[in-house]
Ligand binder design. Structure first.
Ligand SMILES: *Cc1c(COP(=O)(O)O)cnc(C)c1O
Length: 402
């Protein structure tokens, strides 16, 4: 017993050292407590209400009344949880229904649900690829893709972010492999950059590779009817595999999925470890996700409002003299290039009731510090104006604007 306590002491000291180091480098992540539902306005400490510009609640459905009502109806009809994985006694009619609906929405044959998109990516590669195969991955892909690839024995090829010339080089380097798959985020969350899927699909065809995209920052709102980047870039049928989340635009609770050809989905059901060895998605989330798809498919106002809000904010913030990453995604990175300035600006904005986050190394590359603003369909015109006024005021105060 005494030995065990001593043992923890040595680990504890090491961890305390590491925490100090994280603090010293200004990389300690603290968590702000929110006391209300997610939305354009949130209540934080000291009963302050602030305008929220840093959520992934793109369509504003996280506190939508229809969605909440459906979650509560299904809670009553299907219970709180399944206490089982899918293949034992964790598959309800609504799980199958949601898988069908997602497949149809994305234009794919079949879909498998996971507890999170992190698991969908984590469990995707190992069942499908081995030593003989090649995974060709964008250098800035999400952590869950990187981890998923690590868990698989396939040969790894990495291409420079969004660089089609380098992608082709890697495809050529992988040419003797049995199967090849190009893997990319559909939208990159730090920049709001949309992958060049049209070009990627042409290269895939030329070099006989599959294409997989992670659509966490796209499903539900990118593309004319919100199906995602494959719709936006007109390659609905050329993209083979899509992973995505229920935890962002599609209601914001949790859960993820992989969609694609039925044989791939069947192999995942048989072999994908985060699916086999983890609990079924909660019924209320599954039911509410069906309501979310009903809303998106029958009512275009949410997507339209999001586009309108995004255009308004992007245009006005540029006019003011801020530098932003170009594009049309509701992720708007306001470039400051200085870690301290990004933190300072986020703090000053919060004082004025605007909740945004400064991002700096290691979350973004060194020297690329920024404020990342995220618009949602829930923001109204006056809330966006209020944010713009605050940005102008703080921009001047911190000598970012003339
Ligand atoms: C958020 C995100 C994930 C993880 O999604 P969860 O469902 O929250 O696990 C995966 N990939 C990308 C690109 C993301 O932005």
């Amino acid at each position: 017993m005494i030995n065990r306590i001593n043992m923890y002491d040595s680990i504890k000291n090491r961890l305390l050292e590491e925490l100090k180091e994280i603090n010293r480098n200004g990389r300690f992540k603290s968590e702000r407590i929110i006391k209300s539902a997610q939305g354009s306005k949130v209540k934080i400490e000291k009963n302050r209400t602030v305008l929220n510009f840093c959520s992934n609640n793109y369509l504003g459905l996280a506190s939508n009344n229809l969605v909440i009502r459906k979650a509560s109806d299904v809670l009553k009809s299907h219970g709180y949880g399944l206490s089982s994985v899918r293949f034992i006694c964790g598959t309800q009619d609504i799980h199958k229904e949601l898988e069908k609906r997602i497949s149809k929405f994305l234009g794919k044959e079949d879909t498998i649900l996971y507890a999170a998109a992190f698991d969908a990516n984590g469990g995707l590669f190992e069942p499908l690829f081995s030593e003989d195969d090649a995974i060709i991955s964008d250098a800035l892909n999400h952590a869950s893709i990187i981890d998923g690839i690590r868990l698989c024995k396939a040969q790894r090829f990495r291409y420079k972010h969004n660089d089609m010339i380098d992608l082709e080089k890697q495809l050529i380097a992988a040419k003797n492999c049995r199967s090849k798959i190009i893997v990319t985020d559909g939208v990159f969350s730090m920049d709001g950059t949309i992958a060049q899927l049209d070009k990627i699909c042409l290269l895939a065809e030329k070099h006989d590779a599959l294409v997989m995209i992670d659509e966490c920052h796209s499903t539900g709102f990118v593309g004319p009817t919100g199906r995602g980047t494959h719709e936006e870039l007109n390659v609905m049928d050329e993209v083979d595999i899509i992973t995505g989340t229920l935890g962002k635009a599609l209601g914001g609770a949790s859960g993820g999925f992989t969609s694609g050809p039925k044989e791939i989905i069947e192999i995942l059901r048989q072999k994908s470890r985060p699916y086999l060895f983890s609990n079924s998605v909660a019924p209320s989330i599954v039911g509410a996700s069906l309501a979310v798809l009903d809303i998106i498919e029958s009512n275009k106002t949410f997507i339209k409002q999001l586009k309108k809000n995004t255009d308004l904010f992007r245009n006005e913030i540029k006019k003011m003299g801020f530098e932003i990453k170009p594009g049309n995604h509701p992720i708007v990175p306001i470039m400051l290039y200085d870690d301290y300035l990004a933190q300072k600006m986020a703090n000053e904005l919060l004082e004025m009731g605007i909740y945004v986050i400064g991002f700096f190394y290691p979350v973004v590359p060194k020297g690329q510090a920024r404020i990342r603003v995220q618009l949602t369909a829930a923001h109204n015109h006056s809330e966006i104006s209020e944010a713009l006024i605050a940005f102008k005021k703080i921009g001047k105060k911190l000598n970012i604007l003339k």
